[in-house]
Design a protein around this ligand. Structure first.
Ligand code: NOJ
Length: 799
């Protein structure tokens, strides 16, 4: 069953049936101001942090789904009937009202055709202003004159999520609202620098800034009293719950249309006044929207492909990059799943996310790397989850103001955890990301950039990387395999003094990346030292981890094997095997064999399971994973994030058919007409899909903020399509299904453009016979061309 389609030309996903099983969300805003909105305009907005910069309220995990939201009501003043431009909250009968939602790149457009009134609400945030614009068009498609009332509605939130949810005896009296000159100003008496506002391009006929007046006692957003009555109550007050409701009466002749712009912003009345002036001129609205389009097109233009696979094209050219960028900006902490409980960066998550986007967002990637290095301690491990602002606090706005509800100010010393809370993998992921960034940008000087450690002293980026590698070399168990510590990539595998095969393979991968960089920089002493370290890791892995047909996942602190054919449950795991191959630590024979086992035991039509069989008996030596229901999340679900590791592994083995089979199984696009099973949005990778051991096998959960997006993007662009920057040239090394005859890439790299046509006349899966750069045959990678040039590259695959 399907609910919508991919509109590739406009780079939008169009939801034609709004009664989808779960909320299908989008991220509006590319800088500090953000709204996470569903296909029904439900959701919330915040400034900088979903935890302490809340603007609008959201009742998470509630019923009905995704309320409240950013709504426009349309009322027929002749009949008293009313509806919303998004299907919810009025939920107008879909057999008589036509609704659709277009989720685009940092905007969503809701449309409704009902009672002869065609209405649309486009929501977006201009790149350079902290204001959410609702560009509303109302058209009378009937032959008679119509009298309508239009109302906006948002429910304001207290600024800090904790204050919004707790200690209401204090918070309910700490914010106030006032109205004048078409502006509702929402102010925080306790936080005198914080103001939000709602204004519009017109002079309202009535307004409400008190939620309970607009909605009415025992009414909801579905039937607000103000809208039923046809007019707001002109309410405002100091204290209470606040909202942004502005009402305008309009009269439309047959075929006449009108445009109204609503503005929900950050700042006080004075700011609102300026913004109102600016965006009451609709040319500025149009230009701002154009600016946003151009912002995204400039990013997408860095890498575009045309292959025989429509789904791959749609996802790579638009959606997966968009998702990967979103993860880099918000880490994991602003969604319908994480609704403001945390602020900052997950060390391992952000370290991996940034690897996907150095070509489209080098500034943000650099900023994130610096923040992460600042969160690394001298011993080499990373702080698992931290807010970079703790190390670089913004200037206090008004020193001396103290909240009555105590929210302690974090200090660096409070967040520097010891080894008992350290994850064994965290600081290893950043090695490859730094290398990818330098290969993309050519910014070699970055290796020598000096950054403080979290617990004092400082070092160059290069030194920080060495500390990560040395830490893992020291933290090993009896067999030489890395200790598992608090957890490794798998949050729920808590091996402590036990050993993690996955981390040893990851260590090897980080070493391979580092050695390549050190060789390019001519730092020979380090090349020798770390090559010896890599040899040692490889030997330990081969000597201790091979299980006959695949690699183990590790050992418990009591030396029992995990991920062995000898086990009853958790016999084979995806992470250790895919990383064994990806990291190039495994021998060719073992690589092929272990990936064959992954295919045989873990693969399914919806992706590769994380382990098999799922655990049914709690075993705290293995960890929390054994206390998760079978087939869910880390206990035997199809955990999407490590699936691309298997794709890269297969590409390294030259098995394009298998790589494509794996890619196809998790590709959300491929499940567009299986929504009765998938449920979640088909334009976003989800964190996991219920596994075979669960009754809801195939159901996807936790969209958007997951490492799956960045890794999927990396796997396709760098390994299937095989276009990846090196330090000195652009490497071309595709690994594709044999029946692909040809594909094309447009890639921008360090200021020059490359139009690459890859032909496969011999039907191979991997191998290059000939490369022509601007008609001249070349060997190896494509040398860097002059900035500003466009270069034609013809590649012939073959043996
Ligand atoms: C989600 C977490 O954000 C990520 O850090 C972790 O690697 C996966 N879960 C697997 O446990």
């Amino acid at each position: 069953m399907k609910y919508g389609y991919f509109d590739d030309r406009n780079r939008e996903y169009v939801i034609e049936r709004p009664d989808v099983p779960v909320s299908w969300t989008n991220y509006i805003g590319v800088k500090d101001l953000c709204a996470v909105l569903s296909h029904n305009a439900g959701g919330y907005s915040f400034y900088k942090s979903a935890e302490h910069g809340r603007i609008t309220r959201f009742r998470q995990n509630g019923i009905p789904l995704d309320r409240p939201g950013h709504y426009i009501y349309v009322r027929d003043d002749d009949t008293g009937e009313y509806w919303t431009i998004s299907w919810q909250p009025t939920g107008t009968d879909l057999s008589i009202a036509k609704y659709d939602c277009r989720h685009g790149l940092s905007y969503s457009k809701f449309s409704c055709d009902y009672q002869g009134i065609q209405a649309s609400q486009l929501i977006f945030i201009p790149i350079d202003d902290d204001v959410e614009l609702w560009d509303v068009m109302i058209r009378n498609a009937t032959r008679k004159q119509r009298h309508l009332s239009i109302f906006s509605y948002v429910e304001f939130s207290f600024h800090h999520i904790e204050i919004d949810n707790q200690n209401l005896q204090m918070s309910l009296y700490a914010g106030g609202s006032s109205y004048s000159d078409a502006i509702i100003e929402y102010d925080f008496f306790y936080e005198p620098w914080t103001f939000h506002y709602m204004t519009a391009s017109f002079i309202p006929d009535s307004y409400d800034s008190m939620r309970d007046s607009f909605i009415g006692t025992y009414h909801t957003e579905s039937d607000p009293e103000a809208v039923s009555k046809g007019s707001c109550f002109n309410s405002s007050e100091l204290g209470g719950n606040h909202c942004g409701a502005l009402h305008k009466k309009i009269t439309l002749l047959p075929n006449q249309e009108t445009r109204l712009v609503f503005m929900l912003g950050v700042g006080d009345r004075k700011t609102a006044k300026n913004i109102r002036k600016k965006y009451s001129n609709f040319t500025n609205v149009d230009n701002a929207f154009l600016g946003l389009r151009e912002y995204w097109m400039a990013k997408l233009d860095k890498f575009q492909c045309k292959t025989p696979h429509d789904g791959l094209n749609s996802m790579v050219n638009t959606w997966t990059l968009y998702q990967a960028e979103t993860c880099v900006v918000w880490s994991r902490f602003a969604s319908f799943i994480e609704v403001g409980g945390r602020t900052g960066l997950g060390y391992r998550d952000t370290s991996q996310d940034i690897m996907a986007v150095p070509h489209t967002n080098p500034e943000k990637v650099k900023q994130r790397m610096l923040e992460l290095f600042n969160g690394q301690v001298q011993q080499g491990y990373g702080l698992h989850l931290f807010d970079p602002e703790v190390f670089n606090p913004p200037e206090a706005k008004l020193p001396g103001v103290r909240l009555p509800t105590v929210v302690p100010t974090p200090r660096p010393a409070d967040i520097i955890h010891g080894l008992q809370d350290t994850c064994s993998d965290d600081a290893l992921w950043i090695v490859a990301s730094v290398c990818e960034y330098v290969k993309e940008t050519g910014d070699l000087a970055f290796f020598d950039h000096v950054i403080p450690f979290a617990d004092g002293d400082q070092g160059t980026v290069y030194e920080h990387l060495k500390r990560s590698l040395d830490f893992s070399a020291e933290q090993v168990g009896k067999t030489g395999i890395c200790l598992g510590l608090r957890a490794d990539w798998n949050d729920c595998l808590n091996l402590g003094g036990g050993e993690s095969a996955m981390v040893s393979f990851l260590h090897h991968w980080a070493l391979v990346n580092f050695i390549e960089a050190a060789s390019f920089l001519g730092r020979d002493v380090d090349v020798q030292k770390y090559t010896a370290m890599a040899d040692k890791v490889r030997r330990s892995c081969e000597e201790n981890l091979w299980d006959g047909a695949w690699y183990l996942r590790g050992f418990t602190r009591n030396g029992l094997k995990i991920g062995s054919h000898e086990n009853q449950e958790g016999k084979i795991f995806l992470e250790s095997n895919s990383l064994a191959v990806l990291s190039e630590a495994a021998s060719l024979e073992h690589s092929q064999k272990c990936m064959d086992s992954v295919d045989k035991y873990l693969y399914s039509e919806f992706g590769i399971h994380l382990l098999w069989p799922s655990f049914s008996k709690p075993d705290d030596d293995i960890g929390y994973v054994t206390r998760v229901y079978k087939g869910i999340k880390e206990n035997g679900a199809i955990f999407t994030h490590p699936n691309p590791w298997a794709i890269v592994a297969e590409c390294k083995l030259g098995r394009g058919e298998r790589a494509m089979k794996f890619f196809n199984s998790t590709l959300p696009y491929n499940q567009n007409d299986l929504i009765e099973i998938r449920q979640s949005e088909p334009y976003s990778y989800c964190q996991f899909v219920m596994g075979r051991d669960h009754t809801a096998y195939g159901r996807a959960r936790h969209p958007w903020l997951t490492g799956s997006a960045g890794w999927a993007y990396h796997a396709v662009t760098h390994w299937i399509l095989g276009i990846r920057p090196g330090y000195a040239g652009l490497i071309i090394d595709p690994c594709i299904p044999a029946d692909w005859k040809e594909f094309e890439i447009n890639r921008q790299w360090r200021g020059a453009a490359y139009h690459i046509v890859v032909k496969n006349p011999n039907g191979v899966q991997k191998g290059i016979k000939d490369i022509r750069l601007n008609s001249k045959s070349i060997k190896g990678s494509i040398p860097l061309q002059q900035a500003g040039t466009t270069n034609e590259v013809i590649v012939e695959m073959g043996h």
